[in-house]
Design a protein. Structure first.
Length: 276
């Protein structure tokens, strides 16, 4: 597939793709991304065999994007959807995520399942927190160990929702930096202030929550944001953990330092979106 163009209007981009399909040109709409100005755009990718013809059609589209034929194309293409297409909802959800979001999801799930089948000792020996310079990676790897089904389910839901959004808009490099730095800072804080007996992705998730909340609240981002009520819930949950009134033990300092690191990284790495 070859990149034909990037369009800041998702509905218009989809209408043009539907029009190409009626011309027997295979095309699809890729995940959205932010341009240099921070504005969201949708990429149109076309099969190489029809690329040159698609370029001609695109010039016609740019000159008159409101031509009724593009809307008509969407109606025609949308009619023959089948039950089979709709039955693969989970597969579509999986494919909609970026590669880093999927990789860390699989990594956490694999570590948990292998631990369940008798390899917990191995992961505790090699993935748990340590300041050893020869195993420097262990300041990060506790994030990938989970201790119960509820623990991993809760963390992966937040990871998919928050991390997936950051990767789709800002790219996997940005998400990777946030993951590594927030995991290291939250894990080190928990180890120094309490002990090294902790595990889980929650410190990273609090960083992602702080990152997305800051982008939406202070940068007025329409593509990366976290509603205030959800943010308040997460902060309240963290406070309850510090008060030690919850039935489960939590890595409270990891949560706090994860949240702080996420907000700091959003300040440094993300530019405010221009106001229109």
């Amino acid at each position: 597939m070859l990149l034909l163009a990037s369009i800041p209007n998702q509905r218009a981009a989809q209408a043009f793709i539907d029009y190409l399909k009626l011309q027997h040109i295979h095309a699809n709409l890729q995940n959205e991304s932010a341009n240099e100005l921070g504005r969201l755009e949708w990429e149109i990718w076309v099969d190489p065999d029809g690329f040159h013809q698609a370029q001609t059609f695109y010039q016609e589209f740019v000159s008159n994007p409101n031509d009724p034929k593009y809307l008509d194309a969407s109606w025609q293409v949308g009619q023959p959807q089948t039950q089979q297409t709709q039955s693969f909802g989970m597969a579509r959800i999986w494919r909609s995520a970026g590669p880093l979001t999927r990789f860390i999801t699989l990594l956490c799930a694999s570590v948990f399942l292998l631990s369940w089948f008798g390899f917990y000792g191995f992961f505790k020996a090699h993935f748990s927190f340590s300041f050893e310079l020869t195993e420097f990676y262990r300041v990060v790897t506790p994030a990938f160990i989970h201790l119960s089904a509820m623990h991993i389910a809760f963390n992966l839901c937040w990871w998919w929702y928050l991390g997936g959004r950051i990767e789709k808009v800002l790219g996997k490099q940005t998400l990777l930096i946030v993951v590594l730095l927030s995991a290291a800072s939250s894990n080190i804080a928990q180890a120094l202030l309490v002990n090294a007996n902790f595990a889980g992705l929650s410190g990273v998730n609090y960083a992602l929550a702080g990152f997305t909340w800051y982008c939406g609240t202070f940068h007025q981002s329409k593509s990366i944001f976290l509603p205030n009520n959800i943010f308040i819930f997460l902060v309240g949950w963290m406070i309850l953990g510090f008060l030690e009134i919850l039935p489960v033990a939590m890595a409270n300092w990891a949560h706090l330092f994860g949240l702080i690191s996420g907000i700091a990284l959003a300040q440094i790495m993300v530019k405010p979106e221009p106001r229109t």
